[in-house]
Design a protein around this ligand. Structure first.
Ligand code: SF4
Length: 70
């Protein structure tokens, strides 16, 4: 099992989106583009995750910050 330090809450791709956060300690995962666009007029959806979720794409915030600065 992954440690808490490797969870979404400390991942570079975790976005504390206000609407999602209003529903609890949740945010959006920005690793991939939006998915599952239901219709042509609808917005794509970002996966909603909690701070304690995790996945194999976890990246420490410091690592991604260094990449973004290039
Ligand atoms: S789902 Fe994976 S990539 Fe997305 S915020 Fe969580 S650990 Fe990071």
């Amino acid at each position: 099992m992954m440690s808490k330090s490797g969870s979404c809450g400390s991942c570079a791709f975790f976005d504390e989106h206000s609407a999602a956060a209003a529903a609890g300690h949740e945010g959006l995962c920005r690793f991939n583009p939006p998915v599952s666009q239901p219709t042509a007029e609808a917005h794509g959806l970002w996966p909603v995750v909690t701070e304690k979720d995790w996945c194999g794409h976890f990246a420490p915030e410091t690592t991604a910050g260094a990449v973004a600065a290039e």
